[in-house]
Ligand binder design. Structure first.
Ligand code: SF4
Length: 312
């Protein structure tokens, strides 16, 4: 099920910084399992522990070292001045063409179950956007199939801001279980929904800066939400697949340590008209061939061009 995109006007902000943070995890409902740690590069968030103070948050963030530029993309695709990058990886065009060939079947989990496919196209646009954001919040540390199952249960229950706010935490936990860190996500979903109701008239924010200020929303989710919900390319959405593959292929000038570092490194040279495509392309490639452990290098068209092929 592929739903059409929907877009609206938006506001832009110049530059924000955001902490990489950690939050307690959880086991199955009623298990009493000890809190764990979400570590998802730039995706983890502990903002849920705090009340919503955007101004305070921004001031504090000045001291933190995870930064992204939010303004260019939010003005619309193709508005960044065209200038040749000072560096670009050798062979990247052939490597990318090979990945496109390997991905031509469009048969990876992300192709059927990604955020573009998890909202109900029959509901009003505002509710669709909320469902996109919720599916992205559920998807961290979670397989696409599990996220899609949770979204189906939530939609059958009633997936609107009002409905979720009226749902008690235990019921919400049962609806989303077994998504990763479901207990944290119950908390973040409730907090984020309350903020959306109070500050955004039940809609989702229109900028990356405002999206990452929501509890449980990280940069990758924000960029994907901008693309899927608002039809705006604000930056490259980098998750663990994109982070890993970019480093294996030598698509960063030096090895990067986090998805946010990778995003910044890729945006330095990758042509802007590929920013939206690259996430789905590499996520599916990472799900099927360039696996986190024991990548299928023998089946990879990039084997001869990949600096990491022999070392794995
Ligand atoms: S050769 Fe191996 S490590 Fe390199 S891109 Fe292909 S699957 Fe990934």
């Amino acid at each position: 099920m592929c739903s059409p995109q929907f877009s609206m006007n938006y506001v832009s902000m110049r530059m924000v910084t955001r902490s990489q943070s950690r939050g307690p995890g959880a086991g199955p409902p009623g298990s009493g399992e000890e809190a764990a740690t979400i570590q998802r590069g730039g995706e983890a968030s502990a903002e849920g522990r705090k009340s919503y103070h955007p101004v305070k948050r921004q001031r504090k963030a000045q001291h933190l070292n995870v930064a992204y530029e939010a303004s260019d993309g939010e003005k619309g695709e193709g508005t960044k001045p065209l200038k040749a990058p000072s560096w670009e990886p050798q062979d990247w065009q052939q490597q990318l063409a090979n990945i496109r060939t390997m991905r031509s079947g469009k048969d990876a989990p992300v192709d059927q179950l990604g955020a573009e496919h998890c909202y109900d196209p029959r509901v009003p646009p505002k509710v669709r956007r909320y469902q996109v954001l919720l599916s992205l919040m559920l998807s961290s540390q979670t397989k696409d199939q599990v996220t899609a199952g949770a979204m189906k249960r939530l939609q059958a229950w009633g997936l609107t801001v009002d409905s979720i706010l009226q749902t008690d935490d235990i019921t919400l936990g049962r609806l989303i279980y077994p998504v990763g860190f479901w207990r944290n996500k119950v908390k973040y979903i409730k907090q984020t929904s309350a903020i959306l109701q109070q500050h955004y008239d039940g809609d989702i924010p229109t900028s990356v800066a405002e999206l990452v200020a929501l509890p449980g929303v990280g940069p990758k989710m924000a960029h994907l939400a901008m693309a899927v919900a608002w039809g705006t390319v604000s930056g490259i959405a980098v998750d663990t697949h994109v982070h890993r593959i970019a480093n294996r292929l030598g698509w960063t000038k030096k090895m990067t340590k986090s998805p946010e570092e990778t995003r910044a490194a890729l945006e330095e040279w990758l042509p802007r008209d590929m920013w939206r495509e690259i996430n789905g392309l590499l996520v599916g490639f990472g799900q099927q061939i360039c696996l986190p452990v024991r990548p299928r290098c023998q089946a990879c068209l990039n084997q001869a061009l990949c600096p990491a092929a022999r070392g794995l």
